[in-house]
Design a protein around this ligand. Structure first.
Ligand SMILES: Nc1ncnc2c1ncn2[C@@H]1O[C@H](COP(=O)(O)OP(=O)(O)OP(=O)(O)O)[C@@H](O)[C@H]1O
Length: 850
């Protein structure tokens, strides 16, 4: 294709639009050369990207018919799901292999939400031609919704209506299943984002309570068009103590504690990560003020102008470009506090910066640790664990630490697939994921009584009992069309070269279509409008996907003020649904921007306690009083142990068993001390995703059933500690319900525990005989007071793995329970002889008693 440049003859005025378009297209030859070079480089380095995989497979299948023959023999019947999301080249590959065999494609053109990256619902209309070229294909309609209650379907159909005439294949309106429940659809439009998130959290509280009264658990989700406000919704749930989880790295990476951890990782790994360092220095841990930060920057410049002996560098090699805040901070550990170059700092600032410098130096020494361990160390050093446990506005400790735990799970997922597992590769992946992750469908199953927070794109194919779709406001859902230029944007492949060209907007740029500049200008305007319309339709389909995720209860929420300069009115989708359901239309009159005033009273660095200061200080006074009253001996001993552990950690070396040992690991140290220490120093590759594990899900279910909240984790408990990492396969729904059935037949089914998932630690100097004091961490699954046994205490541990096979194994497992017995006895002053212990191997319906 060639586009001749507009005439530059004097006397001819080139329309601005036309000139701009020509300028963009003029870059294409250069970009084409770059693409060829990119291809060459990939070949030379022996790497391929995702599109190469599909294109390469197609090349192979076409060149070697035996490959297709083999695949057809192996898969005589094929089902292609989510067919509206396949790209043209994927369809070509699939039809090259399977055309003419038994193939069924299932898809819904109204759920096509990946058009912007080449997926094409148009494929649906061409299915028969691609897979049954000789004829003999049929079409079936799936118009009964077995998922949604009636009102929800009404809402879905209202959003869908304008799309129906333009569908590439005819689709019937969704019908409710026979005897479908009515269901609930609520619409709220609040004054601002804070009120909106509060209202959404309140709605979940009500829905959950209502269902609980009927004996039903509630799977739930908040779906958002973008990840921007996820944390605000999460915070509102936390304030009410509602368990929740942000799915996907994109959202997690904006959670404050995760940002802190990632900033620390950057500071450790990259000497130029000055802005990450600034965040941490200006944050609650060190609260360095502006003046001292300025002095730090000046110190960095001074160091850049000096050699290692702090003598001025020759003028030509002295460059301030390399000035680094991190080098400046390191200077604090190199020199004494009285060094002349530190004279500009305030006394308090100098002290805190020395502390920060020592902390980061320690972390850097520890940077060769496995990354999850390093994260744990950072969490302790920044005192995030304590903050999360103590900050009442984040909800109970357990809920508050959820996001950090979910983040560590994501890291484990990456580390399981990355060969090097190095810090720089992890950070590069995080940068990439932050941009990409928003759109990938999530694989986590819905969890009972947890509100998952995710993007609408991520919700594809999933369903929950209760769903709130947040931010249903103009310019958010639907998002404003991002790109009206189409292939006239810089670096975009002209549509004519794309496989899906015939379903994309056409630009009549050729001379025979648009002979005059006037014609071309009109064509450009039409093209821009077509591109915008295409995106608006996709937003509508996105809204449809969101609404149809709800089984029973649906809430649509919005508010005009969320920090933008101009208010945003209710989304057209919100209005259409309100009209269809006979709801009152939300009041679209925005009040005053409530965030205007708040902007003026910000001071930096922020008071980390903010509005909570009074309450926290009062609580601190109470704690201090209680500490003084407590037995001095004990307090001091615990403190000494913790300090000893901290010292060891910062020395970066651990030759002996750690001070704190989980009861479940105690047997390893008792059996082979050296080997267990060695294993701590060189941990094996990590276990797979935590949340999908059967054991975790079963424990959560039992806990939820008991109706009492767990007392863990303690502030300093490791976030991802599991009782028995080698235990349990990945969770399938079937396996989980089998375990639940067995539990419901067990002697504990009808008993009410007095404690669940509780952590008790006790200290002992002689347990391991290594001459060192140890704290044993005991995580008790459940404690009962057995009325049927004369009121004796019984501690039970639920096991989802296999039971012990040999007497030695049995003794090992019982040792853990002996430690629990001891812990409980010390904590509650009940003699050990009055406490029973039991292991329940649920899958085998086997009870072992100690
Ligand atoms: N014939 C049926 N009888 C009862 N329940 C059914 C039936 N078919 C499907 N369901 C239930 O209806 C719900 C939706 O089914 P499914 O997820 O297969 O739909 P889908 O068409 O893939 O949905 P979507 O594409 O919107 O994600 C599920 O809970 C499923 O168990």
């Amino acid at each position: 294709m060639s586009a001749s440049a507009p005439s530059t003859r004097s006397g001819t005025t080139v329309y601005a639009d036309v000139a701009r378009a020509a300028e963009q297209v003029a870059g294409l030859p250069l970009l084409a050369d770059l693409a060829v070079e990119y291809q060459r480089r990939k070949l030379r380095s022996g790497v391929i990207d995702f599109s190469d995989q599909v294109a390469g497979a197609l090349t192979i299948v076409r060149a070697h018919p035996a490959v297709a023959t083999d695949l057809r023999a192996r898969y005589p019947v094929v089902l292609l799901d989510e067919y509206q999301d396949t790209s043209v080249v994927q369809t070509e590959l699939l039809s090259a292999v399977f055309a003419g065999t038994s193939v069924m494609a299932v898809g819904d053109p109204h759920q096509s939400i990946y058009g912007w990256r080449g997926a094409s619902a148009g494929n649906l209309g061409d299915f028969a031609a691609a897979f049954a070229p000789a004829g003999g294909s049929g079409r079936y309609s799936l118009a009964t919704s077995w998922r949604n209650s009636e009102r929800i379907l009404d809402a879905a159909n209202a959003v869908l209506e304008p799309l129906a005439p333009r569908s590439p294949v005819p689709v019937d309106q969704l019908r409710p299943r026979p005897v479908a429940p009515g269901g609930d659809v609520d619409i709220v439009f609040e004054t601002d984002l804070d009120a909106e998130t509060e209202r959404v959290a309140g709605w979940f509280e009500e829905v959950r309570a209502g269902r609980q009264r009927r004996g039903l658990p509630t799977s739930a989700a908040i779906l958002l068009r973008s990840k921007k406000h996820m944390v605000r919704f999460a915070d509102a749930l936390a304030r009410r103590g509602i368990p929740h989880r942000i799915l996907g790295l994109g959202g997690l990476l904006s959670t404050p504690e995760v940002v802190d951890v990632v900033s620390a990782l950057r500071v450790i790994s990259d000497p130029s990560a000055g802005s990450a360092l600034l965040r941490l220095l200006g944050g609650p841990r060190w609260s360095i003020g502006l003046r001292d930060l300025r002095s730090l920057a000046e110190l960095g410049r001074r160091l850049a102008r000096s050699d290692v002996a702090l003598q001025p560098l020759a003028a030509e090699s002295a460059t301030e470009e390399n000035a680094s805040l991190i080098d400046a901070l390191d200077f604090f550990v190199r020199v004494g506090p009285d060094h002349g170059w530190l004279a500009d700092f305030s006394d308090a600032g100098r002290e805190r910066l020395r502390d920060a410098a020592a902390t980061f130096a320690g972390l850097r020494r520890a940077s060769s640790m496995p990354i999850p361990e390093l994260v744990r160390l950072i969490e302790a050093e920044l005192r995030l664990d304590i903050e999360l446990a103590a900050n009442e506005s984040r909800g109970p400790a357990r809920v508050a630490s959820d996001q950090l735990r979910a983040f560590v799970d994501e890291l484990q997922g990456f580390l399981a697939t990355d060969e090097s597992g190095s810090l720089p590769s992890l950070l590069a992946w995080l940068d990439h994921a932050e941009r990409q992750d928003e759109f990938a469908p999530r694989t986590e199953p819905p969890e009972d009584d947890v509100v998952q927070i995710l993007t609408i794109h991520g919700s594809k194919g999933l369903e929950w009992d209760a769903v709130a779709v947040g931010r249903v406001v103009a310019d958010e859902l639907p998002a404003r069309p991002r790109d009206k230029q189409g292939w006239l944007g810089f670096g975009v492949l002209p549509y004519a070269f794309r496989g899906d060209a015939r379903w994309l907007p056409q630009l009549g740029w050729e001379a025979h279509v648009s002979p005059t500049q006037q014609d071309l200008k009109a064509a450009l305007t039409r093209f821009a409008e077509d591109n915008a319309e295409r995106q608006r339709e996709e937003e509508r389909r996105l809204a449809y996907v969101a609404v149809t995720r709800a089984r029973d209860a649906l809430l649509l929420s919005g508010s005009p003020w969320s920090g933008t300069r101009n208010p945003r009115g209710p989304s057209p989708f919100l209005r259409e649904i309100a009209i269809a359901l006979g709801h009152e239309l939300p009041d679209s009159e925005p009040g005053e921007n409530p965030y205007n005033d708040r902007r003026q009273i910000m001071r930096w660095p922020l008071d980390p306690l903010g509005e909570r200061r009074g309450r926290v200080e009062a609580a601190a006074t109470l704690v201090r009083g209680a500490q003084q009253a407590a037995e001095r001996d004990e307090a001091e001993r615990d403190l000494a142990l913790l300090l000893a552990e901290r010292e060891e950690r910062s020395a970066g070396a651990r030759r002996a068993a750690p001070t704190r040992i989980p009861a479940s690991r105690f047997k390893d140290y008792a059996a082979d001390y050296e080997a267990a220490v060695e294993a701590t120093l060189r941990p094996l590759p990590e276990r797979p995703y935590r949340e999908t594990r059967l054991g975790t899900r079963f424990h959560a279910w039992v806990e939820q059933r008991s109706g009492i909240t767990a007392r863990g984790p303690q502030p300093d408990a490791p976030l991802w500690d599991v009782d028995d990492p080698a235990e349990g396969p990945a969770a399938g729904e079937g396996e989980l319900s089998r375990l639940q059935e067995i539990f419901l037949r067990s002697e504990w089914a009808d008993l009410q525990p007095i404690e669940v998932e509780t952590e008790i630690d006790f200290a002992d100097d002689r347990l391991l005989g290594d001459g060192r004091p140890h704290v044993i961490i005991c995580k008790l699954d459940a404690v009962y007071r057995r009325a049927d046994r004369g009121g004796r205490i019984e501690i039970v541990d639920w096991k989802t793995g296999r039971p012990p096979r040999t007497p030695a194994e049995r003794a090992e497992r019982m040792l853990q329970l002996e430690l629990y017995r001891r812990a409980y006895s010390i904590r509650h002053g009940i003699p050990e002889s009055e406490i029973d212990v039991a292991l329940f191997y649920v899958a085998d319906d086997l009870v072992l008693r100690g």
